[in-house]
Design a protein around this ligand. Sequence first.
Ligand SMILES: [Fe+2]
Length: 383
Amino acid sequence: MHFIPFKYAKILENYQDLAEKLKKNNIKKVMIIVGKTISSKYNLHKDLMDILNKNGIIFLLYTNFTTTPLIKDIEDAALVYKESKAQALIALGGGSIIDAAKAVGVLVSNEGNIKKYQGIFKVKKKPPFMIAIPTTCGSGSETTFAAVIKDNDLNNFIIVSNKIVPDYCLLEPKMLKCLPDDAFNYSIMDTITHAIESYLNISATRKTKKFALKSLSLIKDNLNNAHSTKDDFVAYKALLEASYLAGRSFSRAMVGNIHSLTHGICSYYNLPHGMVNAIILPEMLKEYLKSNYCINKINKISKALNLQTLPDKIHNGLNVVDYILLLNGKFDIPLVLKELKEEDFDKISDHAYQEAHLFYCTPLIFDISDYKEILYLIKSNNN
Ligand SMILES: [Fe+2]
C-alpha cells in the first residue's frame, strides 16, 4: 500500500474554477448526471448550469438516475453519453450517484458489460474527464477509487481502480442545506467511521493518518454549528472537507472490521450504511481498547477530538467511545439493531470475515466468533 501511486481528486475553488478547468482541457460539451430528486425537488444544479452557460460550455442534463442506479440505468446513461458526443462527465449527487457516474465513465471508454470490471484494477482505459460535486458529507466518493454498483437483482458489486477517481471535485456547502436530517446524520457517522478505521489500520501511512485526524477535528469543531443552523456555510464546507479527507485516508488505508460487519448486515437487511456503522463503532472501539497498539492510536484520536481529559490513555479512549454514543443519541441512532435475527449471524460473520481478511489490514484480526460477539452486543446491548 505504501508504494502504489494513488490518485485523488483535486479540489476546485468554485464554479468559475470548474469552468476554467473544462476550458483548459479543451472540453466544449459535458454530460451532467444529477439524481432525480435533487434535480426535481431542489434544483441544486442551477448554479452549475448558469456557469456553464456563461462560459459557453454546452451541457446535456441527465436526470434519469434514482437513488440506487442499477446496471441497466448505467448502460442507458453510457449510451446517451456516447450519442451526445460529450467530452466529460459532471456528477452531482450523493455517493451512489457519483459511483454510478464513475461506472458510466468506465462503459464509455471500455468495451462490454460493466460487471466485467468488477474487482480490483480491472478497468483498462481511463474514463472521460470527470468532476464530482457531492451533496452529502459521508461517502468520500468524490475522491475514492471505488464504485459500489447494484446489479439488476439489487446485489452490490464493486469496481476498484485508480482510473475511476474523479479528476476534480467541488465541495459546495450549499449542497448540504437540502440534505434531510437523517441522511446528514448518517453521512457524518460514516465519515467518522472512515476516519477512525483508516487511522487504526496497519496500512495507514503518515499522510493518511494526518488526513484522518484532520477530518475528525474538523467534524468536532463544526458539527454543532452545522447541526443547529441550516445556514452556517462555513461549517458545511468544513464537513464536506472532513468527508473528502476521510475519503482520501480510506482510499489508501482502507476501512476495517466495522465496515466489514456493516456490509454483511446491509446485504441482509435494508438499513442505512452510516447508521449501522454508528451502532457498531462504539462496541468495536471498546474491543480495540483491549489492545495496546489500539490504546495508543485511540489516544491520538482523542487528542484530535479534543477529548483528552487525563494522562490515562484508556480513559481518553473511553472518552472517544462516549463522544460517539453522545452523537448517536443526538442523532436518534439507536443503541441496538432490533432488526437483527440470530439465525443470520453465521452468514453475516462469515461475510465480515471474508471481506476483512481479503481486503483490510485491521488493527486486530478477528475470527468469526469475534464478529458474532459484536453482533450479539448490538442486538441487545446490556451495557
Ligand atoms: Fe462507509
